[in-house]
Design a binder for this molecule. Structure first.
Ligand code: PMP
Length: 331
């Protein structure tokens, strides 16, 4: 496959200077020793980036593992976790794996959050964890701050905001985190930091939540190489922001092009766009794109996403190949 636009990775690698810095530190690593169990330097660097205390940072092997640890800590049999669908499927999936019940609320027809539904679900199901995802995967919609406030008012337990794509949007909930508020925010190195291969993610939350999660984590779960890779990446914020700026500009260009094609789409604040061809079945378009060596995500079989496809924003060249192929398929 020439153009892979199906898993929301960064289309470009991290800076060469970062690769050299990682190689240099790895050459000095004591491979026969266990890594720093508390990931002290990495957590300090993440805390610095977000102006929080290192005790408010939990790091894991990808934000999926962070979510899993959170759910192992607080969910489980006899407990309920709330999601508002459609949203990131792993929230409900991992919650069920822990034995918890998932109370699935529905979003509105346009996939925005229905606050009456939030109140109904939180009031009736008494969730220990209530999930939001902003920007939401797979819709790309950014949750307005007022919605988060309303969810915090309604939720009886911990509110989790999954911000895997937050740097592509103009708002983050991290500034609202403090030790007196049952709110946590999860982030990943997989997208904006171009490090999906490293499997590194983290959570910013009250220090008492981090302390509880540490009780559940396996000893030495974060290997030494990953701790180095993550810490060094944070020295390249400007490069990351330049990549993000380029992807955001390309996303706007794709959406502009969609405006001239027979497709409906949802305005995205992420590095992907959800769209629905109007004239040809989504699954057919997905297959036809393969003939052009373009792979996107087929969401057409997912609940409420009939005929929908999701395309990751790639390089300018990749996006051109995708848009030209789509235009021909739909003409
Ligand atoms: N949250 C959301 C909303 C995602 O889309 C993804 C990646 N698909 C993740 C979390 C997991 O990311 P990772 O485990 O690579 O950090």
């Amino acid at each position: 496959m020439r153009v892979r636009l199906n898993t929301n990775e960064s289309p470009t690698p991290p800076p060469v200077a970062w690769q050299h810095a990682v190689a240099a530190e790895l050459s000095r690593l004591d491979w026969h020793r266990y890594p720093d169990r508390s990931a002290t330097s990495l957590r300090a660097a993440i805390a610095d980036l977000h102006h929080v205390d290192p005790a408010q940072v939990f790091a894991g092997n990808g934000s999926n593992e962070v979510l899993q640890t959170l759910l192992l800590t607080y969910a489980g049999p006899g407990r309920t976790v709330a999601t508002f669908e459609p949203t990131y499927q792993l929230h409900g999936h991992i919650a069920r794996l822990t034995g918890a019940t998932v109370a699935e609320g529905g979003r509105r027809e346009d996939f925005t959050l229905d606050l009456a539904e939030v109140q109904r679900v939180c009031g009736s199901a008494d969730p220990i964890i209530t999930f939001l995802c902003s920007p939401n995967n797979p819709t790309g919609l950014v949750e307005p701050e007022t919605n988060l406030g309303a969810v915090q008012d309604a939720a009886p337990g911990l509110v989790v905001v999954d911000e895997a794509y937050a740097q592509f949007s103009d708002w983050s909930a991290i500034g609202l985190v403090d030790d007196d508020t049952p709110l946590v925010v999860t982030r990943t190195f997989s997208k904006t930091w171009s490090m999906a291969g490293a499997r590194l993610g983290y959570l910013i939350g009250p220090s008492w939540v981090v302390a509880e999660m540490e009780k559940v984590t396996l000893p030495y779960h974060l290997d030494a190489a990953k701790q180095i890779a993550g810490r060094l990446a944070l020295g390249f914020v400007d490069d990351m922001e330049a990549r993000v700026g380029h992807i955001v500009a390309e996303r706007e260009r794709i959406q502009e092009a969609f405006g001239h094609l027979p497709v409906d789409f949802w305005r995205s604040g992420a590095n992907f766009v959800l769209f629905r061809p109007r004239t040809v079945a989504g699954a057919h378009v997905w297959k036809a794109l393969l003939d052009y060596s373009v792979l996107v995500r087929d969401c057409s079989g997912w609940p409420r996403l009939e005929n929908c496809l999701r395309v990751t924003v790639g390089t300018t060249e990749e996006n051109e190949v995708f848009l030209r192929a789509l235009e021909e398929i739909l003409s």
